[in-house]
Design a protein around this ligand. Structure first.
Ligand code: FAD
Length: 369
C-alpha cells in the first residue's frame, strides 16, 4: 500500500506554497504537486499592495528585504493615475506604496521557502482527483493518497472541476470571468510615466493598465464582457495609437482567464479545499489575486489544523473562516457593476475623493487569526 500523506497540495503558486509553508512548519507531512518546471512563467502584472506584503511577511519573515536584495522589485511608488484613452480623470498619492514584482522570481522565492520549510515538491501534472478515496492520479500514472487535498491549481482548477461534477461547487468561470491580455514593451524612447495607470472606458466591465518596470513596461487589458481575444487585442493596441508600438508584429500579447468575481462561497467539500484562484478569489473590481491567494491559503491551513481529528468538517470551518474575504468580494462585485462604467463621466473632484477612499479600503486586510 502506498504512503498516505497528511496533505497533498496541487499547484505551487502563491496559494499552494503559503499553505505548504504553514503546514510543514507545524510538522505536517506535505506533498506539493506542480505540473510546470520552476521557475515558471506566470502572466501577471505583479502588483503587490501593502496588505499583501504585510500578510506575506507574517508567513515569510524578511521577504520584502529579500525582494529588494534580489532585485525582484521592479518599481515601487505611491503615485497613481486614472485616465481614459485621451483624458486624465484623476491622479494622486496613496498612503501605502504599490510594489511591482517579477512574478516568475517572486513565485520561485515562495517555492524555495516551501521546500526549505519541509514540504516535498514534485513536478507532476494531476489529471484525476478522486474525492471519495481522497487520492489523486498524475500524468505519469502515479497515485498519491492523503488525509486532505488542497486545490491551489489556479483559475482552470481541476480540483474545482471535480467538485463541480459532484455538484458541491459551481464550475470555474460560471459566474464571472474576464479575459485578460498582457504584454511587455521596452520603455526606451517612449513617454511612459513612472507610476501605474488605470485606463477606464476602453472596454465594458473591465479596464486597461500600464505599469512601469525598470526597463520594460507592462501593459494589459481585461474585460468580463468582451471575451473575444481579437477585439480585446485591438482595443489594447489602439490605446497607444493606431499603428503604434503594440502593432509591431514582434510583440507577443498573451492571454489568460482571470476569475473576476467567480468566487465560490463555500469552496470545498469535506476534506477537499479550494484556495486562491481555484476558489475564484481574485478581487472583482481590480483583479487583485495574489493577496487573496496567500490569505485564503493561510485560512485553509488553519482549518486543516483545527479539524485534524474531524477531517470531514474541514470545508465547513474553512468557509466560515473566509467570511470577511467573501464579504469584501461581494462589495467589490457590486461596486464594479454599479461604478466602473460611470468612472469616465464622473466629475474629477468627486472621482478623486472616491478613488482615495477606495485605495484606503484596498488596504483593509483580514485579521490573521
Ligand atoms: C493578466 C493578469 C494580470 C494580473 N495581475 C495581478 C496583479 O498585478 N496583482 C495581483 O494581486 N494579482 C494579479 N493577477 C491575479 C493573480 O495572478 C492570481 O490571482 C494569482 O496568481 C493566484 O495565485 P494561485 O496560487 O491561486 O494560482 P496560480 O498562481 O495560477 O498557481 C497555480 C499553479 O498550479 C499549477 N497547476 C495547475 N493545474 C495543475 C495540475 N493539474 N497539476 C499540477 N499543477 C497544476 C500551475 O502550473 C500553477 O503553478 C493577474 C492575473 C492576470 C491573468
Amino acid at each position: 500500500m502506498s504512503k498516505i500523506y497528511d496533505v497533498i497540495i496541487i499547484g505551487c503558486g502563491p496559494a499552494g506554497t503559503t499553505a505548504g509553508i504553514v503546514l510543514a512548519r507545524k510538522g505536517v507531512d506535505v506533498l506539493i504537486l506542480e505540473k510546470k518546471a520552476f521557475p515558471r512563467f506566470k502572466l501577471c502584472a505583479g502588483m503587490l499592495t501593502q496588505k499583501t506584503l504585510d500578510f506575506a511577511e507574517s508567513i515569510y519573515p524578511g521577504l520584502e528585504r529579500k525582494l529588494e536584495q534580489k532585485e525582484i522589485i521592479r518599481n515601487k511608488t505611491k503615485e497613481y493615475c486614472i485616465r481614459t484613452k485621451d483624458r486624465q480623470l484623476c491622479s494622486g498619492r496613496s498612503k501605502d506604496s504599490f510594489v511591482l514584482v517579477d512574478r516568475q522570481q517572486y513565485d520561485q522565492l515562495w517555492h524555495d521557502k516551501a521546500s526549505a520549510s519541509g514540504a516535498v515538491i514534485r513536478q507532476e501534472h494531476v489529471v484525476q482527483v478522486d474525492v471519495t478515496a481522497s487520492r489523486v492520479v498524475t500524468h505519469s500514472g502515479r497515485v498519491y493518497r492523503a488525509r486532505y487535498i488542497l486545490g491551489a491549481d489556479g483559475g482552470a482548477s481541476r480540483v474545482r472541476k471535480t467538485l463541480a461534477r459532484e455538484k458541491v461547487v459551481r464550475p470555474p468561470w460560471s459566474r464571472g470571468a474576464a479575459l485578460a491580455l498582457e504584454t511587455f514593451v521596452s520603455r526606451e524612447g517612449k513617454a511612459f510615466p513612472d507610476y501605474p495607470e488605470l485606463i477606464v472606458g476602453v472596454v465594458p466591465d473591465g479596464y486597461a493598465w500600464s505599469f512601469p518596470g525598470r526597463s520594460r513596461q507592462r501593459v494589459g487589458i481585461c474585460s468580463a464582457r468582451t471575451l473575444d481575444g481579437k477585439i480585446l487585442k485591438n482595443r489594447l493596441q489602439n490605446l497607444w495609437g493606431e499603428g503604434g508600438f503594440l502593432n509591431n508584429g514582434q510583440i507577443r500579447i498573451q492571454g489568460h482567464v482571470l476569475p473576476y468575481g467567480d468566487y465560490e462561497k463555500s469552496p470545498g467539500y469535506k476534506n477537499v479545499l479550494l484556495l486562491g484562484d481555484a476558489a475564484g478569489l481574485a478581487e472583482p473590481l481590480l483583479g487583485e489575486g495574489i493577496y487573496y491567494a496567500h490569505a485564503s491559503a493561510g485560512l485553509a491551513a488553519q482549518a486543516v489544523m483545527d479539524c485534524w481529528s474531524k477531517t470531514d468538517r474541514t470545508a465547513f470551518l474553512y468557509a466560515g473562516l473566509l467570511g470577511d474575504i467573501l464579504k469584501e468580494m461581494r462589495f467589490r462585485w457590486y461596486l464594479r457593476k454599479a461604478g466602473l462604467g460611470l468612472l469616465p463621466v464622473l466629475e474629477s473632484r468627486f472621482l478623486s475623493t472616491f478613488v482615495h477612499r477606495f485605495f484606503s479600503r484596498l488596504e483593509s486586510r483580514i485579521q490573521r487569526r
